[in-house]
Design a binder for this molecule. Structure first.
Ligand SMILES: [Ca+2]
Length: 528
């Protein structure tokens, strides 16, 4: 019998028939069920043949076609109240690329990200995902369960990572050569949390549209709901007027970047005032009432402390109001449609322990201070990434300038703050690079190019030392690419060279733009 890490004790290894033989020094899939890792229960280890995969009989997930892999289902209980389910999918030795990837979650998750696991597995990765320690998106799981809130906030990803890397080691007979984490939205929050809290977990991390400033973002959701809903609880701005706002904002600001292409390159330069849409008389489909104008302005401006005027959290960018058909491509999903403020469960179940908490009782001074004192682990806003840099880690962050869920201005502010802390832009870029996608929504979609291979860029950086200067993104309609564009290394922006198609990335250069507030060049636009 081969030697094992002292952390592991493998019981009798049954000689089951395996479709695929393990590598020399590795362990057959079914035998992984006998691992006895402290505080972890391996529920099953099953050799899956190539073909259609459904996670369980009751799954509503559309079947996926996957290559052969070893499916390990496990539960970790780092505390007595923890119940962190996770899965590790391990390719057979001959298909393994020698690497490990952890994938992130969305929202308050409560589900293993099977769809997110498929792509890395097909690339040859051993891949892991967790349900973050509870089931479903309902935040009631945290009521009376402070350890489960911590599991959600940061611990589950770390426990999944540590354990999965060990399981992969036993299965393959060696540790993975490289470990990557890839996540967007809450997954972007998890990505930054890993870089900040557990710098040794991953060498390469991708943080997309990160919801890492979680506490203040949650206060902003609450404020935005209250600013845009009447006493009857109905949204003040109807769906079709969100699209009207985006159309008017794009008309006003599209040309500010020098190219009329339906995209506002940098919404910080756009000061479109919704009062321009004010109805001359009665409410009509093509204009806004005074109350609707006021509600839109409040979302653009963001939540401020009413007593001191301090900006608690940034507003949402112009261009994010309603740019697509689905609720997630507008302010609907997180602000307008919910019958009560989005993530109100944070206040009810995590913070005040009062299921009847009334948002009208909010004290923007004391309650915010209380939240940041009681639940600081809910956010991942540490600016000193020295430990991650020191271990040789590489962090690639991206976000969409039209994100209607996580305002990109906050992501920019975090990066700028890290730059300040880490000794300037050049020094920070050595290990942490940021790419903004104009006209991209939350993690994907939108009028701007929004599909790009960030993982290949990160692999090149980690494994070959080739740092990405730009990412080539494409935009597609019905699967057909109609536009490509470079996403430039922040703070550079893509500028059309003046010749050739404006729909081809090759005709754009990444340039450093004039500072915000400076006049770049004369424009024919009368107003913004
Ligand atoms: Ca434009």
């Amino acid at each position: 019998m081969r030697r094992l890490s002292t952390a592991l004790i493998v019981a009798a290894i049954p000689l089951l028939g395996e479709a695929i033989a393990p590598a020399a020094g590795g362990t057959p899939c079914a035998s992984l069920a006998a691992l006895t890792i402290p505080t972890v229960t391996i529920r099953s280890a099953t050799a899956m043949a190539a073909g259609p995969f459904t996670p369980s009989a009751s799954s509503t997930l559309a079947p996926m076609t996957l290559p052969a892999f070893c499916r390990v289902e496990a539960t970790a209980r780092p505390t007595a109240d923890s119940e962190i389910k996770f899965e590790v999918w391990i390719p057979p030795a001959e298909a393994w690329n020698g690497k490990f990837e952890g994938v992130g979650n969305g929202g308050y998750s409560g589900a293993i990200g099977y769809a997110a696991m498929a792509a890395p597995l097909r690339r040859g990765y051993a891949v892991a995902s967790t349900d973050t320690g509870h089931a479903g998106d309902d935040m009631k799981f945290g009521q009376g369960h402070p350890e489960k809130v911590i599991d959600w906030a940061y611990r589950s990803i770390h426990v999944m990572t540590e354990t999965s890397r060990l399981i992969v080691r036993v299965a393959q007979g060696r540790f993975a050569d490289h470990a990557y984490f890839v996540g967007c939205s809450s997954g972007g929050h998890q990505a930054l949390s890993e870089a900040q809290r557990y710098p040794d977990d991953y060498e390469g991390i991708i943080a997309g549209d990160p919801a890492n400033n979680r506490i203040r973002q949650t206060f902003a959701f609450l404020y935005s709901w209250m600013a845009t809903h009447g006493a009857d609880g109905k949204p003040i701005i109807p769906d079709h007027k969100l699209a009207l706002l985006t159309k008017a904002a794009v008309e006003a600001c599209d040309a500010l970047d020098g190219l009329k292409d339906g995209i506002i390159d940098d919404p910080r330069r756009c000061h479109f005032d919704p009062v321009r849409l004010l109805c001359p008389a009665a409410d009509e489909a093509g204009c806004l009432t005074a109350a609707q104008v006021d509600a839109a302005k409040k979302i653009y401006e963001g939540v401020k402390n009413p007593r001191t005027g301090e900006q608690i959290f940034t507003g949402w960018p112009r261009g994010s109001e309603g740019f697509g058909e689905s609720a997630g491509q507008s302010w609907r999903a997180y602000i307008m449609d919910p019958p009560e403020p989005m993530r109100i469960g944070f206040f009810k179940y995590f913070l005040f322990h009062d299921p009847n908490w009334d948002p009208h009782t909010m004290d923007w001074d004391r309650d915010l201070a209380y939240a940041e004192q009681k639940l600081p682990f809910m956010s991942a806003v540490e600016r000193d990434l020295g430990p991650f840099r020191k271990r040789g880690g590489k962090l690639l962050m991206y976000t969409g300038w039209s994100d209607p869920v996580v305002p990109p201005q906050d992501t920019v502010a975090y990066y700028d703050a890290v730059v300040k802390t880490m000794g300037g832009l050049e020094k920070t870029r050595e290990f942490y690079r940021f790419f903004l996608a104009p006209g991209m929504g939350h993690c994907t979609g939108g009028p701007g190019p929004n599909q790009f291979d960030h993982l290949t860029a990160l692999e090149q950086w980690v494994e070959k030392g080739v740092a990405p200067d730009k990412l080539i993104a494409s935009h597609a309609v019905n699967g057909k690419v109609d536009r490509t564009r470079p996403l430039c290394l922040y703070p550079q922006v893509a500028r059309w060279k003046g010749t050739g198609s404006t729909d081809e990335a090759a005709n754009f250069a990444c340039v450093t733009d004039a500072p915000i507030g400076a006049q770049r060049k004369p424009t024919t636009m009368g107003t913004r």
